[in-house]
Structure formats: structure tokens, C-alpha cells
Design a binder for this molecule. Sequence first.
Ligand code: SAM
Ligand code: SF4
Ligand code: F3S
Length: 463
Amino acid sequence: MSKKVFIKTFGCQMNVYDSDKMVDVLRAAEGYERTDDVEQADLVLFNTCSVREKAQEKVFSDLGRVKHLKERGVLIGVGGCVASQEGEAIVQRAPYVDLVFGPQTLHRLPQMIEQQRLQRRAQVDIRFPEIEKFDHLPPARVEGATAFVSIMEGCSKYCSYCVVPYTRGEEVSRPLEDVLVEVAGLAEQGVREVTLLGQNVNAWRAPMSREQSDGELADFALLLEYVSDIPGIERIRYTTSHPNEFTPRLIAAYERLPKLVSHLHLPVQHGSDRILMAMKRGYTAMEYRSIVKRLRAVRPDMAISSDFIVGFPGETDEDAEQLIRLIEDVGFDNSFSFIFSPRPGTPAANLSDDTPHAVKLARLQRVQQTIDANMRRISDAMVGQTHRILVEGPARRAGVALPLKASGLSELMGRTECNRAVNFLGTSRLVGQLLDVRITESFSHSLRGEVQVEPASAAVSTI
Ligand code: SAM
Ligand code: SF4
Ligand code: F3S
């Protein structure tokens, strides 16, 4: 029987991607399969996040909960950003941990397990060995029509509040050919939609070829063009991009490349220039508005989502008002908002902060209510319109997938370009296809639709 690995993932999509890669390397080297049941596991891994204090503390309480599994020889490992920041200190605080590895050393997991077995003591490896990781990853096993592809690692922006440059290292771009080969491989396995991943994907730069490393550099706009030329790829998303390198070439890409979705996650963080400057974001609210305006000039239907931090040290009521105004003016769609969390080792952690927590909480609630109202308005306006969705699989009710009937109609779910789930009745052969649906109803977290025209390859007489 194959060995089993249980992975609990915290944090961003980079961590979700990395967790899949951990399974890939462990499967290739040691025949591990993933399990959702921690009691079945031979190896338990926590892929951690340290972006806010709460996320970090959660890891230690979760570790305590699996400690008893050690009695039957289970190995316990901690990876990700907390591991990267804390290193040895994790083993000191939780001596039953066997493996501590960072986001850039996850490909070494099989060797670390081997060493742990030989030496019978904890193994810690949290180095940043450049982009070596990608050269040691086996090809991904694909499930479904969507996939993530990491195009760069790390971040060199050093926003004053953020741990990421310290936990993931400086920005390093993956070579152009490697990204294209990976996307083409995914397309051959039936992937229709790729999401290009990185902390600031629009900072991606790489030589045009491995042989000519000192020649002309390709930029992110060119990478999008090449990905768009790959047969089988119908939709391209990316996350996250940064307002600073949102170049005219990138805006022009939206004019030329219909496969680029009309949905963009472009974190602004705040609407007050004073706060943006203290955050070291490198742009003003006006510059951000200008990007949005130019994007909507070429894509009038562009949905934009964002990240916001409220309660940054020194934030006044007027600053908070400016943020609300920006959210209303841009009409931000489904977005993330957080209360500032001081992170050890970052400059903002040393700023004096006299705003009471209750005031911060009230500001957060107002931000969230404003975003919710925007979302509702956008969803309601979609009723009666036709939208193209990528059918992901059976619809879910209360988190459980509804049965998929091999013949006849099932409740299916697909996603619009702006990432809304649309439930509709259709035949199972539509899974993995793009098709047009007319939106008939809108709810707070989903839409309902009716199939308009079926794709030729899935043509059936009734639906
Ligand atoms: N690189 C992306 C960017 O700059 O927009 C996202 C990076 S971070 C992994 C995701 C989000 O976490 C940030 O956009 C920010 O809103 C939030 N965040 C980062 N550090 C934080 C902190 N110290 N306190 C609260 N929120 C934080
Ligand atoms: Fe953190 Fe700023 Fe880098 Fe985003 S751009 S990961 S917020 S330092
Ligand atoms: Fe968290 Fe690391 Fe991502 S700190 S948000 S897992 S880059």
C-alpha cells in the first residue's frame, strides 16, 4: 500500500501551488499519495503563512493537535513562510517536529526525510538556492481544466509592513522556455485556463533564450502573448500584479489578447497618499486611478479586485474616508481586507500606533460592507446577460459535490471571467468546456444560469 501524506495549507495561492508540488516530489521519489484524513497519514506537513500574526500562531496550535501521531511513527514537517522565518526556533518550540523547510527548498523533501531516518534528528533547510527548485520538480499531475503555473519567486518591493521579501527572498523569474513548456504540457493534458503566479508577476523579466542570457529581455506582456499562442489554452489569469510595473505594454496586451480575462486582481492597499507613502508602495491613489481608467478604456467590462489594509499606524478618519471613496469610485469587486498586523523584522512594526482596536474594527467593517454592496450590484447587473463560463464540475451544496449523472442532466458549476460561480443544468460531458450561459438569477455567493449555445465538440440533441 502506498504511503500517505496529509498537507494543511495556509496563506496565498503560492502556498497552494507549493503544496501540490510537495505531493508531486514525494510521489515521484517515494510513491506517496495525498490524503485528506490526517489519521491515515504517514507524513503530516503544514505549509505555513506568516503574513499576519494570527496565521502564524495557528500553526503552533495545529502542531500540538497532531503531536500524538508520533507514537505510531508519523513524521511531522513544517514548510512555507513561518518555517522560513523561524527555522530552528520551530524545533525548539515544538521538539517533535522532524522537518523544517522553506518555500525554496521543498524539492529537497525526499532527501530530508532520508536524512531524518538515518540521523534520527530534525532536519532544517530554509535556504534560498535561487530558482533551483523548479529544475527538480517532476511534471505536474493535472486534475481538471484549470491550473496554476508559478512564473517567479520572491519579492523585492519591501513594503514597510510585509514579511514576504524576508520569507521568500528577492524576486527571481523563471526562464521563458520553462514557463512555456510547462503551460504547453498542461494544455496537452486538457487544461484550458492557466493562472500565472508570483508576488508581482508584472516584474517578470527573462532572457529570450537560455543560450543568450546577456541579450534582449522578455517582459511580462510578451510572456502573455506567447502563452496566449499555446493551442488549447483559452483563458489566462495572473496574480498578483503590482501597480508600479503596470506598463503601457501590459495595458495594450488587453487590447490584443482576448484570452486574457476581463478580471484583474490589482492590490491598492489604501486610498490615502500619506498612508501609501508610509507603506512604501511607490504610487499615489491618483496614479492607481489612472491605471484603472486606461485599462477600462481598452476593456470597458474589466472587473477589478484588490487587497486593503486598514488601521495602518497613524491612519486618521480622513484617511479611512479616502479609502472608502476609492472603493466606491473604482467599484472594486470581491476583494480582501485586513487589519494591519505588525510583523517582527518589518519597518512598520516599529511605528507608534495609537488607534484603538475597536476603531480599526469599525473601519474594516465599513470597507467590507462597501465591497459587499459593489459585489451585489455587479452580480445583479449580470442577470439577463450572457457570460462565457469554464465548466469545472458538479455544483456543490453545503460544500458537498452533487452527484454527476453520466447520462441525463446534472447540476454543474462553471466560472465566469470575473470568477463568479454559475450553477446550471447540463450534461456531464460539458465538464472542462467553455460555454455561454444566460444569467437568470443572482445570489450573494453565486449565480444561476441557462446554457445558451453548446460547444460543437459536445453537441447533443437535448440538454
Ligand atoms: N504581492 C501582493 C501585493 O503587494 O499586493 C500581495 C502580497 S501579501 C502575500 C497579500 C496581502 O496581505 C497584501 O496585499 C496585504 O493586503 C496583506 N498584508 C501583507 N502584510 C500585512 C500585514 N502586516 N498586516 C495586514 N495585512 C498584510
Ligand atoms: Fe509584500 Fe509589498 Fe512584496 Fe506585496 S509587493 S509581497 S505587499 S512586499
Ligand atoms: Fe503568507 Fe507567505 Fe503567501 S507569508 S501570504 S504564504 S507568501
